[in-house]
Write a protein that binds this ligand. Structure first.
Ligand code: KG4
Ligand code: ZN
Length: 376
């Protein structure tokens, strides 16, 4: 039995978790900084690193406490090396190094994006399922929108761990050329005064709107049709709002409501005109169909057996519904992590570390945080 303590601090969540043999979650603690960054409408890197420093020790203690383990019971320490905000990553990397060396336990450096892939396998394991490979994985969050081809690594198969821990190999098929999809949700929500983060609010508000009211079209990404681009749709929404000064009254009313701390959809909804509801429903329809269509094209290109969808935006209800319908129609399987495993967490980092630990791929005391750390 291998108990890995995972640590994640790449963006605005300080997280720690204990996972046994890469698949059984004993604890998973996430301290979110949303309340700190909300008034800026996005993550402020300097504030994020300070908050990680404040949170890291209590979060690790809570993860150990919930797992009913003492620190000395941990067999290895896994930490996110990148990609992410360098100041935030450094807190986790430094803490992980010190912890591993003082305990005399191995340290495993994990790519955050590989963590998101493993979140899908963790969830599938809980449900008694296992995605068949080859698969395509869409990682879609506030910081990333990227499509990978996920294969079983031939060499890794021979080294397969005792619980079937497999190493995967990845090939990047497409990525966003500008904004991440979650970033587009957050920016549209900011300009319509719907609060931060924007995704969950737009997700709910879109249910009351007409998704066909506005004709937003997905970007054409010359050179690689599997790349994404979301800055155009955000600008299209902005242009629309500027051209309709009658919207300024309701936007000011919502800004005032947000100032008073009234952030719930039920509190914001009454001030949302039909125009606003149609606008967010049409925006969401365009983003969701774009994400689904390019992922389906990638799956077809690689003759994939399954589609794996991970990251904060994977919680979106229309995205889930559309993926399930389209996958069903094609006899493909689609896998989503639960909401808790979709967003940033440390259980996925500990899970991704397990096959690396078994393969003897260890981090060193010289390793550094890598703000840009491609998975493939
Ligand atoms: O993975 P995550 O927690 O953090 C990173 O960005 O790494 O993702 C947060 C992003 C935010 O942009 C948020 O607006 C978006 O995920 N999000 C959603 C939903 N829930 C969160 N976007 C659309 N629909 C949702 N239900
Ligand atoms: Zn993430």
């Amino acid at each position: 039995m291998t108990r890995i303590l995972g640590i994640e601090s790449s963006c605005d969540e300080t997280a720690a978790a204990v996972v046994v043999d890469g698949c059984e979650i004993l604890s998973s603690i996430v301290a979110s900084q949303i309340d700190i960054h909300r008034k800026y409408g996005g993550v402020v890197p300097e504030l994020a690193s300070r908050e990680h420093l404040r949170q890291i020790v209590p979060v690790v203690r809570e993860a150990l406490g919930e797992a009913k383990l003492a620190i000395a019971d941990v067999d290895a320490v896994a930490v996110t090396q990148g990609p992410g905000l360098v100041g935030s990553l450094l807190v986790g990397v430094t803490y992980g190094k010190v912890l591993a060396s003082s305990l005399g336990r191995p340290l495993v450096a994990v790519n955050h994006l590989e963590g998101h892939v493993h979140a899908v396998f963790l969830e599938a394991h809980i449900a008694g399922r296992r995605p068949e490979l080859p698969a395509v994985c869409l990682i879609v969050s506030g910081g990333h929108t990227v499509l990978y081809d996920v294969q079983t690594e031939a060499a890794a198969t021979a080294r397969e761990g005792k619980n079937g821990a497999q190493r995967f190999c990845y090939a990047r098929m497409g990525q966003t050329r500008d904004d991440a999809a979650g970033e587009a949700y957050d920016k549209v929500a900011k300009l319509l005064a719907l609060g931060y983060p924007g995704g969950p609010v737009i997700d709910q508000l879109a249910e009351d709107g007409n998704p066909h009211a506005f004709r937003f079209t997905p970007a054409v990404t010359r050179g690689n049709p599997l790349d994404f681009s979301f800055s155009g749709i955000k600008t299209a929404v902005l242009r629309y709002v500027r051209a309709h000064p009658e919207m300024s009254g309701e936007i000011a009313a919502r800004e005032a409501a947000l100032q008073r701390g009234e952030r719930k959809v039920a509190q914001l909804r009454p001030s949302c005109s039909r125009l606003t509801r149609d606008l967010v429903a049409s925006f969401q329809r365009c983003v969701v169909s774009d994400l689904v269509n390019r992922t389906l094209a990638a799956a077809e290109e690689r003759d994939a057996r399954a589609m794996l969808i991970s990251g904060g935006v994977a919680a979106n209800s229309e995205l889930r519904r559309t993926f399930e319908e389209e996958a069903g129609a094609r006899g493909l399987e689609v896998f989503f992590p639960s909401r808790a495993l979709s967003t940033d967490n440390a259980a996925m980092i500990a899970a991704a570390a397990y096959p690396r630990l078994l393969a003897g791929e260890l981090g060193t005391m010289e390793m550094n945080a890598e703000a840009n750390f491609p998975l493939a």
